[in-house]
Design a protein around this ligand. Structure first.
Ligand code: BTN
Length: 255
């Protein structure tokens, strides 16, 4: 893959035909000291991981499967904002290259026509005071057709080709996303987190909606109101309590 180098993100790109998981490889080279912004991309993954211990289907070379190693000079509490920033970069990259504006479901599902187009798995290595590295793993469905998806996700997933009816260049899209990432990353490094939250909120399909918060032992229903300054989702629950949600799963009604 030949991608014009961004300022930082994607200056170095490592390409595989097949690998277990680009996130695993990115973590390995991060531990070995690779440079900030190194990108690992693979045509196929044999053991790709999704959020909350799920598998991520990426056996074909019809999607874009890649990971970015970041070494931001930031404290670990910025990690949730980094995750939101990644989703903004993906949406803006797709919009720039393809002219399609996707939505973001909190924290970082990329949504098109109510279906999942892509997802982001962020993994952090940190000391109490500072971040060692963050691996941002991004998976986007590009040229799959309806029959490419397994039975479990068939009714929940979509691809750019299903939406546009045309084959989409994965290289151009990667380029667009890395360029977008470069811009957002520099905003991140300047700790201009409110700008990231504002952009994220503009693409959100979660805010203003009724959401179900599914925690280990309980569930709450409430109205997703806004994003707190640390990236948590603020939900006004039906029991009258305002809760700030950090992780776990939420379901957005009607999605
Ligand atoms: C999700 O559950 O929504 C997150 C999916 C993240 C998948 C990507 S594909 C590239 C990278 N490598 C992995 O093993 N996972 C991420």
């Amino acid at each position: 893959v030949r991608i014009p180098a961004g300022q930082l993100i994607g200056k170095e790109i490592i390409h595989f035909e097949e690998i277990d998981s680009t996130n695993n490889y990115a973590k390995k080279i991060a531990n070995e000291g690779c440079r900030d912004g190194t990108v690992v991309v693979s045509e196929r993954q044999t053991m790709a991981r999704g959020r909350v211990g799920r598998q991520w289907e990426s056996f074909t070379n019809e999607g874009l499967w890649f990971s970015i190693v970041l070494r931001p000079d930031l404290e670990p509490e910025y990690i949730k904002i980094v995750t939101l920033a990644a989703a903004v970069a993906v949406v803006e990259g797709i919009s720039e290259v393809q002219g399609i504006v996707c939505g973001i479901k909190w924290p970082n599902d990329i949504i098109l026509n109510g279906r999942k187009l892509g997802g982001i798995l962020t993994e952090l290595s940190a000391e109490p005071e500072h971040i060692n590295y963050v691996v941002v793993g991004i998976g986007i469905n590009i040229n799959q057709d309806k029959n490419s998806f397994n039975a479990e996700i068939k009714n929940k997933a979509t691809s750019l080709r299903i939406h546009t009816g045309e084959t989409v260049s994965r290289v151009r899209l990667l380029e667009g996303i890395l360029t977008g990432f470069d811009r957002i990353y520099s905003i991140m490094l300047q700790r201009r987190t409110q700008e990231i939250i504002d952009s994220w909120s503009g693409y959100s399909v979660t805010l203003g909606k009724e959401v179900k918060i599914v925690l280990k032992n309980t569930e709450y229903i409430g109205l997703a109101q806004s994003i707190a300054s640390d990236g948590r989702l603020i939900v006004k629950c039906n029991d009258g309590v305002i809760r700030e949600i950090a992780a776990g799963e939420i379901q957005v009604r009607g999605l």
